[in-house]
Design a protein around this ligand. Structure first.
Ligand code: DGT
Ligand code: CA
Ligand code: CA
Ligand code: ZN
Length: 575
């Protein structure tokens, strides 16, 4: 079997898994493997035949992938792929990007109307052909039409976490180019936006050509879009654009400030500069005099902002929201940091849909420097995840009690992620919830109800005496599903009134509450809990994504509940 055939199989596997809504990182792992294999200069079959060599020696090929490759080469097929192919026609995959279009409906659109692209789907909706299909109707057709643009846009922006993987490997690639004195990533990546349009990288160097030659050799580069004297743009195999600029040391701070943006932040800054007879651009800060422009700084961001008597704004705040007003009033808020986080209050185990035991999850949390963890598995309504009924939940809590007795310096809290039922009300009886240390309430079903219905369900949960926090309060899945229709202001006001906590779910696909709602919650005195919602030990690593989003919302250590020590937290929960 040829390398290209193996690579095609992995690409197809990635597509089909995506169709089924699998974890995007798993999907990406298969895509990366496909690329790697396609680019190999020697046949994989040769490596396999050589007793001295192992597939796992190839970068990015772990045990699992190696085993799959071996099966492919030996038998000519992959059982997992054949199974998926039998279940899913491969051509309808792009349709899944439309929020609300599940595999079933997408398959129907394909088989009945022959639709294979978003453009064809749009045309069919506009011609009124989709409403004729069984199970669709005019309302569904309109919803699809409304959501197609969302799908098209979603294809263009990637999750921050994905951009971060690229940044990490680029940093490594750059580390062996001696011509680069300094490398910094700017743009929306540096500001920590939840999605990234393109990556912007700045390099300090006097050897522009060498830098660009080296950049071009980055293994993910598929195409050079443009190359000038100091500026170069490439596209990666995954379709991500990377803009690189080479700058002089004396302009580095100015360039970093300029290309970090945001554009709106820069517009305000330049307006303020003009009032002081200064000019700020990507080359530096200049005083405007009768003789012309005089460079007065720009090597560092301190020099740029300092010339304006402004603090160096944390990049996360540079969105032209509150930051300039804050700077006028005094020192900026000291934003929460990953090292402030002491515990995690939303995690699952293999008792429901997690992939780690109670002990494994606790150990993973402890290894990350945390001193407490709430286990919050799903409640019974979430039958797909083997949600817990009262009996199983109480048994789990008894196990937690016994487990805690064996621990020092770490504590597992007895929690639950209790569903808010479609008709309203909690999925578990009050006398059970009363025994929990921590109760996350969340909506998984009935997400298409009216704004009034959904808001009322959440308000009821907030008023419930035993609910501690509302988990992923708006239900958004970035690029995949819009938030459900909820009056978030009413939710925040109720949380303030009943002294309940709102979650910032740190999963890079959720980041819910988002930055803007976090800021709104803070303004009403509502506390936020940043939680990973870990479903496996490695899931605790997601905490940093949540912290980044919290910083964009201007949250400080005091605004975030799980920066408290365990005794402080328990005291707070008693009130
Ligand atoms: P993205 O890539 O869509 O996620 O968002 P950004 O913010 O990274 O935007 P991008 O890549 O177009 O530009 C990077 C930064 O460069 C941007 O945040 C501010 C600066 N910039 C780019 N174009 C302009 C412009 O026309 N005017 C100003 N003032 N700044 C600009
Ligand atoms: Ca950018
Ligand atoms: Ca850019
Ligand atoms: Zn959860």
């Amino acid at each position: 079997m040829k390398n290209t055939q193996i690579a095609d199989s992995f690409d197809q596997l990635a597509d089909l898994l995506e169709f089924q809504g699998a974890n995007p990182f798993r999907v990406r792992a298969y895509r990366n493997a496909a690329r790697l294999i396609r680019d190999l200069t020697e046949p994989i079959a040769g490596i396999l035949a050589d007793g001295q060599r192992k597939l796992t020696d190839l970068p990015g090929i772990g045990q699992d992938l190696a085993a799959k490759i071996e099966t492919l080469v030996e038998t000519g097929e992959l059982p997992q792929l054949s199974e998926l192919l039998a279940a899913v026609p491969p051509s309808v995959l792009t349709l899944l990007r439309v929020p609300g279009l599940g595999p079933k409906k997408a398959a129907l659109l394909h088989s009945m109307l022959g639709i294979t692209t978003l453009e064809e789907l749009q045309a069919a909706c506009e011609a009124g052909r989709v409403r004729e299909l069984k199970g669709f109707g005019a309302k569904t057709e309109q919803a699809i039409l409304d959501n197609i643009q969302f799908a098209v846009k979603a294809q263009e922006r990637i999750y921050w976490a994905e951009a971060d993987f690229v940044v990490e490997s680029l940093r490594e690639h750059f580390s062996d180019c001696s011509a680069m004195e300094r490398v910094e990533f700017a743009g929306s990546y540096r500001r920590g936006r939840d999605t990234i349009g393109d990556l912007d990288v700045l390099v300090v160097s006097t050897e522009s050509d060498q830098v660009m030659d080296h950049f071009e050799k980055f293994s993910s580069v598929s195409e050079v879009i443009a190359r000038g004297d100091t500026k170069m743009s490439v596209r990666t195999l995954e379709g991500l654009q990377i803009d690189l600029r080479v700058v002089e040391a004396k302009s580095f701070g100015a360039a970093l400030q300029y290309f970090t943006g945001s554009k709106d932040h820069n517009v305000v800054l330049r307006g303020l500069a003009r009032q002081r007879n200064l000019k700020i651009n990507e080359y530096g800060v200049f005083r405007l005099t009768d003789e012309g422009e005089q460079y007065i700084g720009g090597a560092t961001e301190e020099e740029v902002y300092g010339a304006m008597d402004l603090p160096v704004f944390p990049p996360e705040l540079r969105e032209a929201r509150q930051e300039f007003a804050w700077a006028e009033q005094g020192p900026l808020p000291k934003l929460v940091e990953l090292s402030d986080i002491r515990g995690d209050l939303h995690a699952h185990t293999d008792e429901t849909d997690g992939r780690g035991s109670l002990r494994e999850m606790a150990e993973a949390a402890q290894q990350r420097g945390l001193s407490y963890l709430a286990i919050t598995d799903h409640s019974q309504r979430v039958s797909m995840a083997q949600g817990l009924n009262p009996e199983r939940l109480l048994a789990q809590w008894a196990r937690i009690d016994r487990f805690n007795a064996t621990l020092t310096n770490f504590r597992v809290l007895k929690g639950i992620e209790c569903d808010i039922l479609e008709r309203g009300g909690m999925d578990l009886p009050d006398d059970v919830l009363a025994q929990a240390d921590w109760v996350n309430a969340s909506i998984h079903y009935g997400q298409r109800q009216s704004r009034a219905q959904i808001t009322e369900r959440i308000l009821q949960a907030i008023e419930h005496p035993h609910v501690t926090a509302i988990a992923h309060p708006t239900g958004r899945l970035i690029n995949r599903r819009e938030a459900y229709d909820v009056d978030i202001d009413a939710v925040i006001k109720a949380a303030a009134q009943h002294r309940k906590i709102l979650e910032l779910n740190a999963n890079p696909q959720r980041l819910d509450l988002n930055d803007i709602y976090c800021a709104a919650a803070k303004s009403q005195g509502v506390l936020i809990v940043i939680s990973t919602d870990a479903h496996e030990p490695a899931g605790f690593d997601d905490m940093r994504y949540g912290v980044l989003q919290a910083r964009r919302g201007g949250l400080t250590k005091a605004d975030v509940v799980n920066t408290r020590s365990l005794p402080q937290l328990l005291k707070l929960l008693k009130k």
